[in-house]
Design a protein around this ligand. Sequence first.
Ligand SMILES: *Cc1c(COP(=O)(O)O)cnc(C)c1O
Length: 390
Amino acid sequence: MSVDGFLTAVEDVLHGTPRPVHLHEPLMGEAEACAMAECARSGWVSYASPEVARFEAMLSQATGIPHAVAMVNGTAALHLALILAGVRHGDEVIMPALTFAATANAAVQAGAVPHFADSDPRTLGLDPAALEAHLEQTVSPGPQGPVNRLTGRRIAALVPVHVFGHSPDMEALAAIAARHAIPLVEDTAEALGSSANGRHAGGHGLLSVLSFNGNKIVTTGGGGAILTSDPELAARARHLSTTAKKPHPWRFEHDETGFNYRMPGVNAALGVAQLERLQDFLERKRRLATRYQEAFRRVACAAMFPEPDGTRGNHWLNAALLHEEHCGLRDAILEEGIRRGVHMRPAWTLLHRLPMYAACPRANLAQAESLERRIICLPSSAGLMEAAHG
Ligand SMILES: *Cc1c(COP(=O)(O)O)cnc(C)c1O
């Protein structure tokens, strides 16, 4: 009965959309095809393409963050951002347990150990009060930043994640980072177009990163970006991501161990065409979120996760939250959804449950564990609004 009630609400919103309906599909058309074809004809297909600079300028414009440096993917962007923030071998990086594995993978690639903190059910992001209490208990100030008293390792970065595009309480988290002298790097991979108190996601961090993977709100096939308001960090991001080659008319020399992380021109050309439609995507997604909110008022076992106070999210992924006493229905809803051609997804398995991260330091994760049991992500493609309403 409850399983059916949940799915009926989802199917009401999906209306006549042909099945199967996937969780998130890109919206691509003639503009994207033309942009890529033109790029190919121009011959400028690598990162030296003017399309990369154009895409970066559009990203700065869309976010209000002065510098954007386009990367091959969001994970690479986060890896490099952590290095730029000063993360070194043997450090710890604090992040939520409720995030995509890439957040932790990037920290490990930078030589650090993930340190998991609890989530706030009001934002789905890091809980500032719980984090402050955990830091009080766990860290002591050191000469180069706070040190985890239990492991002896330095806490080198705090990485809040804007889960499904929703803003965590960044004001409180930025204050905690400042108080403890921990560099702040925002994982806004899912949050292009989201803002809180009039400020675009990523605007509090020393650095922030975006992803343009195929499932994100704007896609370049694969892609990412580092954003920062610090011109020197942006210059270092460019240098390190292009094999740290010294600029010179003919000499071929490098001054550091660099990365080959820059976004190719073909991907940027696609990104330019997609970014031109960002406002349209945001509007469709807001309409879809409103439709789900309305449909779920009639559902007994769950409610839609509401946009946190003071924020204006991009509604990248719509999440329904089962009431705690009904969380046993989750898997049956997902199974029955697939049977009906409606592809939904639970939250990510919390990172401390994955074999490679099971031994990482962590806070009490009671709220994240509750959210993990209760979240069901609903089909959220921008194209659904058009399909459902002609
Ligand atoms: C997508 C995503 C990433 C990584 O981006 P890729 O472009 O897939 O490498 C990192 N963090 C979060 C929260 C993401 O959703």
